[in-house]
Design a protein around this ligand. Sequence first.
Ligand code: FAD
Length: 478
Amino acid sequence: MGVRYMPLDEMDFHSRDWIPHSGWPIGQADLLPYYKKAEKIVQCGSFEYGGKISASDDKRPISWSDNSLTSKTFGFGSRHVFCQDLVQELTHNQSVSIYLYATAVELETDRNSRRIQRVRVSNLTGKTYWVEAEIFVLAMGGIETTRLLLASRGPEQSTSIGNEQDLVGRFLMDHPIALEAGILHPASSKVFAAAEFYDLRQVNGYPVMGHLALTREAMEQHHLLNTSIMLFPQPSSRQIRAVNAMKSLFESGRYKITRPEDWSGIAKHGLTAMAGLDYIALGVYLNKRYDQAIIPHLSRGGWTSQPRFYNRFKRFDLILMMEQDPDPSRRISLSPDLDALGMPGVDIHWSWGDRCMDTASRTLELLSGAVRKSGLGRVELPWRNGELQFKGHGACHPMGTTRMSWDPGQGVVNPDCRVHSVPNLYVASSSVFPTGGYANPTFTVLALSLRLADHIKGLLATQPVQGSRSLISEATNS
Ligand SMILES: Cc1cc2nc3c(=O)[nH]c(=O)nc-3n(C[C@H](O)[C@H](O)[C@H](O)COP(=O)(O)OP(=O)(O)OC[C@H]3O[C@@H](n4cnc5c(N)ncnc54)[C@H](O)[C@@H]3O)c2cc1C
């Protein structure tokens, strides 16, 4: 369905006393006009920024009998926007020059003005040149932006650019994801019918997907991080095992079987597959007739679009995607190894941490209580030796390593996304997020970038740049 989008919650911008270093120096209202512009660019439909459910969605979320859970929606937009449409637009824009095979490897600062004067660009053919400009914007992603700053010396040479407070690279955050976080066993098949809101489906021609989230009250009362829960329908364990056994049988058909123990494995798979032939037959039919995956796939959705879908599934698997607390000890630093262009690599020190583990466990317990109280069924949690055991990892959403702040002592960039100590260097990346919420980051990166573009347009209107073209020159040391 493409790229998943969601704005940050209003609460994500606030400082919360139970989450050290949380909050932004700007509010959701500052980003709102740019979120609206971003919606048009990525063509993801329109969000309801107060957290309400869109009135045009005829599917209703589950109503809970306690106040710990609420429902929200993710939007989706086609990847073609970034991979084709915008590329075409920029390629044909006369005022834009694009240089490919051009890796920025060093920023050079003027000692007196503290301004960036030029950036050294290199590639694997050995070619090196400098690009001069009046204003520089680093838009190289959460890790590489930080790496270039760390790898470039500031005017005093004693620290990296922007790193006077030793903050560049610190406060690395991701969105912790817990797969197999629990199973919701519905009280009856009616619960699947009542859960249509949580499928990935079309509303007014735009793909949307409902999810559960903690309410503000629950976060405040239990001191939790902002967290979402996705409901993902599955057949029974027997049926899943049968489909997997069938896949293994097909796979084994590609190899020559010689060892007797392999035959016994094949026989075991055959028996397991036969025990779930009812579901395999139905799955193959739905696959041919409705182009549905035999085992539903989170990124495809559409499970409610088949006739009598509520009879097909037995349970919901639960997937958590969470906010991570900003912690200076999670960080990106330079490694001693140099890459082929002579740039130091990065070491990444990242883990979930106690606060995320605590939020995951308590969120699941709150969900379990809410499901029971609402008569929807029961939640089975993966307890082992007194601890919840789930498959935890990150979402590849690096954030926070050039965090935004009013106070130069507390962050790397100011609310205009300008590096505090450098008058002409800006950052357009999730690395400026001082708090990451649980929303996928690209929508907010885009809104911040549009806001930054307006800021720079304003600067250029008041102080026209001498010779507006950037200058490219052969490097003297190449
Ligand atoms: C598998 C996967 C799925 C994802 N799905 C989603 C999703 O559904 N929704 C969502 O919101 N986010 C998603 N993300 C995160 C999303 O990819 C990032 O938020 C987004 O790409 C950030 O955009 P960006 O322009 O800041 O950085 P990037 O997209 O990383 O772009 C940075 C660009 O800079 C270039 N670059 C880097 N270093 C240099 C250098 N030294 N010199 C010159 N150029 C350089 C890179 O080649 C790249 O083209 C996903 C990430 C992954 C890995």
